[in-house]
Design a protein around this ligand. Sequence first.
Ligand SMILES: *[C@@H]1O[C@H](CO)[C@@H](O)[C@H](O)[C@H]1NC(C)=O
Ligand SMILES: *[C@@H]1O[C@H](CO)[C@@H](O)[C@H](O)[C@H]1NC(C)=O
Ligand SMILES: *[C@@H]1O[C@H](CO)[C@@H](O)[C@H](O)[C@H]1NC(C)=O
Ligand SMILES: *[C@@H]1O[C@H](CO)[C@@H](O)[C@H](O)[C@H]1NC(C)=O
Ligand SMILES: *[C@@H]1O[C@H](CO)[C@@H](O)[C@H](O)[C@H]1NC(C)=O
Ligand SMILES: *[C@@H]1O[C@H](CO)[C@@H](O)[C@H](O)[C@H]1NC(C)=O
Ligand SMILES: *[C@@H]1O[C@H](CO)[C@@H](O)[C@H](O)[C@H]1NC(C)=O
Ligand SMILES: *[C@@H]1O[C@H](CO)[C@@H](O)[C@H](O)[C@H]1NC(C)=O
Ligand SMILES: *[C@@H]1O[C@H](CO)[C@@H](O)[C@H](O)[C@H]1NC(C)=O
Ligand SMILES: *[C@@H]1O[C@H](CO)[C@@H](O)[C@H](O)[C@H]1NC(C)=O
Ligand SMILES: *[C@@H]1O[C@H](CO)[C@@H](O)[C@H](O)[C@H]1NC(C)=O
Ligand SMILES: *[C@@H]1O[C@H](CO)[C@@H](O)[C@H](O)[C@H]1NC(C)=O
Length: 841
Amino acid sequence: MALSLQKFCMVVISVLVVFFPSPHFSLPHRLLSNKCPSHESEALLRFKEGLNDSDGFLSSWVNGTDCCTMWDGISCSNDANHVVSVSVISLQDVQGVIGESLCQIRFLKSLTINKVTGTTTVPPCLGNLPYIDSLNLSFNSLSGKIPSFVCLLTSLTHLDLSFNKFNGSIPFCLENLSSLTWLSLSNNQLSGSIPASLANISSLKWLELDHNLLSGSIPASLGSLSLLWDLSLGNNQLSGNIPDSLGNLSLLSGLSLLNNQLTGTIPPSFAQLSSLNRFYGSGNHFNETISSSSFPASLEYLYLSLNHQQVISETFFQNLTNLKFLYLSDCVLNISKTWIPSFQLTEISLESCKINREIPVWICTQFSVATLELVNNSLVGKIPSWLWETSSQLQHLNLSGNHLEGSLFSNASMLMQLERLDVSRNALSGHIPSIWSPKIQHLLLNDNLFNGSIPPSLGKLSLLEQLNLANNFLTGVIPPSLSECSFLQILNLANNNLEGSLPHEFSRLSKLYSLIVHSNNLRGSLPPSIANCSELQVLDVGNNSFGGEIPTFVGNLPKLRVLVMKDNNFTGSIPSKIGHLLNLQILLLSSNHISGSIPHTITSLQAMAIESQDGFILSTSQLSYALLYQDGLDMTLKGTNQHYPYILSTFTSIDLSNNELEGEVSSNFGNLKGLRLLNLSFNNLNGSIPNSFGEMSQLESLDLSRNNFSGQIPAELESLSYLASLNLSNNNLSGSIPQGQHMTDTFGESSYSGNANLWGCPLPKNCSWPQFATSPPFPINKEKKSNEYPWFQMAVGLSFGAAFGGIMALILIRISWRMKYFNKVDTILKFLFPWMKNLTL
Ligand SMILES: *[C@@H]1O[C@H](CO)[C@@H](O)[C@H](O)[C@H]1NC(C)=O
Ligand SMILES: *[C@@H]1O[C@H](CO)[C@@H](O)[C@H](O)[C@H]1NC(C)=O
Ligand SMILES: *[C@@H]1O[C@H](CO)[C@@H](O)[C@H](O)[C@H]1NC(C)=O
Ligand SMILES: *[C@@H]1O[C@H](CO)[C@@H](O)[C@H](O)[C@H]1NC(C)=O
Ligand SMILES: *[C@@H]1O[C@H](CO)[C@@H](O)[C@H](O)[C@H]1NC(C)=O
Ligand SMILES: *[C@@H]1O[C@H](CO)[C@@H](O)[C@H](O)[C@H]1NC(C)=O
Ligand SMILES: *[C@@H]1O[C@H](CO)[C@@H](O)[C@H](O)[C@H]1NC(C)=O
Ligand SMILES: *[C@@H]1O[C@H](CO)[C@@H](O)[C@H](O)[C@H]1NC(C)=O
Ligand SMILES: *[C@@H]1O[C@H](CO)[C@@H](O)[C@H](O)[C@H]1NC(C)=O
Ligand SMILES: *[C@@H]1O[C@H](CO)[C@@H](O)[C@H](O)[C@H]1NC(C)=O
Ligand SMILES: *[C@@H]1O[C@H](CO)[C@@H](O)[C@H](O)[C@H]1NC(C)=O
Ligand SMILES: *[C@@H]1O[C@H](CO)[C@@H](O)[C@H](O)[C@H]1NC(C)=O
């Protein structure tokens, strides 16, 4: 019985399929007549020929079959049997000019070409197609000016040219597209001002011009676009005040002005925007008081971060009863302790708002908060217990950079939805709780006063990606169970009092790219199995008591960029496999007991052989590691210990000092043309200083002191114009010091002393006054110099060596570039890796 019922159902379904064809059922199309006009299918086939379809996306486009019914991405009009819509996505354009033949599909109404790599132009003849109402060419590599033919497509209702490389200005002729409801030109490189005439496109509902280089002010005429629903002008260089007239956009629901240079205030007319739901105004220069009555009650999203010191009081929020997302920073929050807000927020971010007291109690009236960020507010006292109890929905909690104290006890485990916790840079103490939300991905407890041991139960946090416990007072061993966190990418346990060894189980951490355990009391040898962590880019085991031979496995970590093993008890010689580390930029092995000679293969460290050019464009891969290595490095430059917070992508350094290295330095050492700091001091190296050192044109610090180098100082060193620090003292060098200005004026006696047979200025021996009448024969006081230019202290490895004439000018340019670079790297990285902004800086 059941069986026949099933059969009956199947018959009914088949009948339905035949009589009510729908795209969800595949019909036996071949039985139907071919609806596709042959010249149109020919045109499509020629279009396909210009595309590289190695993945078979267009495999259904077969000559002789009906393009209307059989071909993916094609549809035809029902009545007249013409192709009206063509859509191709994710292919590769072989010629760079896409779709000439499409111009023959005369009745085309909708054309979508997305993510077709290699496409740099579209043929102007598309402008002859009279019926096109939707043109979507987003996510290609189209460049040059916006083609003027688009202005001929007067039937267009939908024009999307976003995510291309268009430059030049927005063409005025777009105003002819009088039926347009959607216009997106976002994410290009468009410059110039926004044409006031766009306001003539009165049907516009969506206008997206964000992420370009547009400047000038926002045209007041946009206020007449009475149907406008969404206006996105963020991430440009717009300046001036927001025009009052925007208050006329009564249907406006979303307005983004993020990251421009707008000044003044939010016009009071905005209170009339009765549909406004989302206002993004962060990152501008609003320098007049933003009035409490400037926003309509409909508002749910309010982003006003990074404006100038706005004072925000309770009345500001009085009418904002629907607010759900509040992002303020760099403001002054003037709110009483007993305030009970009229809204229920889901996301709260108040950064650098000078709260200066306990965590505000009004937050406990917000029952469904998922994100709570109260960074850098000088918050004091303990984390109140209501925070753990009332905020069960909390996913992101960021209290970093305050003065919070007390312990976390086991309270933290009450937040069972927690994915990110950042309480770094406070004064929290006590033990690290052993129970956490199983959903936690980022756990940042660094820079506090936590003590006790690392709970082995952290290994149960199976989603953990980042664990930062650095700069606390943790004791005990590193629990091997951490190796069970199979998604772990960043592990930073630096600067605690941890002991024992590095667990060999860490070889299971296949995603780990940053392992930092420096400045603890760890001992034993490095487990060879670490070689299985093939993603490792940063390995820092410095300042511990590790011993044993320098493991050869380090040569098997192809992605390694930073290798720090300094201040340990490593013995043996430097493995020649080190030359396999083509990405290595920082190699610090100083203060161990390493013997043997420096392997010749060191000259094949490719990343140090690239001469970097100031002002070059940073590639993603070059940038990616800079943030990985959060703790920076302590490096001695000019005798002063400096802490570099980031390791910039161009930064390169080799420090093998204070070991027992012997033999000669490879004559090819100068291959490392991109090297900035080289320290080989306090070893037993002999032979002559290779002439090729003169080729390391980026070198800023060279320390060869306390070795047995003999022979003359190569005259080639004179050409190292960025050299700021040189120490050749205490060797067996002989002959005269090359008497160019740089070598004699920049460096003092102590750079050369302790070489019995060396003579010439600045050594007293055979240094004659008259020759140097125009410049002082003795070292200029460098302390004084660096005080005159305090920014000298800030740039990485900067040059204050050749302080005269044209070279000085060069250096100044270089320094100002570096400062910019320094400030920018951070922003760029945060942009590229949004989640990375959670790392402590
Ligand atoms: C087509 O694309 C594949 C992979 O995307 C590539 O390997 C092949 O070289 C390309 N062919 C041409 C002709 O560009
Ligand atoms: C499609 O097939 C027709 C008839 O067989 C032929 O004339 C035409 O050249 C073919 N077109 C392409 C692009 O192969
Ligand atoms: C636009 O980009 C092209 C290269 O694609 C360049 O030649 C041209 O100078 C740029 N124009 C403007 C105005 O930036
Ligand atoms: C288009 O806009 C400009 C500037 O706003 C204006 O002067 C002109 O009259 C408008 N044209 C039409 C047809 O509305
Ligand atoms: C638009 O706004 C301006 C300034 O707020 C106002 O003077 C004008 O009357 C408004 N126009 C309309 C059509 O509402
Ligand atoms: C705000 O900044 C603009 C542009 O810098 C300036 O013209 C204006 O006077 C400033 N307003 C106030 C109140 O400081
Ligand atoms: C709140 O809205 C009322 C009615 O629209 C208005 O009178 C009052 O000024 C508003 N208050 C604030 C602080 O914006
Ligand atoms: C922290 O806030 C103060 C103002 O309260 C500000 O001056 C400082 O720059 C902020 N620090 C950071 C790191 O944002
Ligand atoms: C390293 O990985 C390989 C293959 O993934 C595995 O066979 C080997 O046992 C691992 N070695 C260690 C020491 O974990
Ligand atoms: C080179 O290393 C030695 C020993 O580690 C150290 O004392 C010296 O300051 C370093 N030189 C420079 C220029 O950093
Ligand atoms: C050079 O190194 C020696 C140690 O060998 C040190 O005493 C001297 O101060 C250093 N000179 C400079 C200029 O760094
Ligand atoms: C906490 O906020 C600070 C400042 O905005 C940021 O740098 C850090 O990455 C945030 N932490 C997390 C885990 O999101």
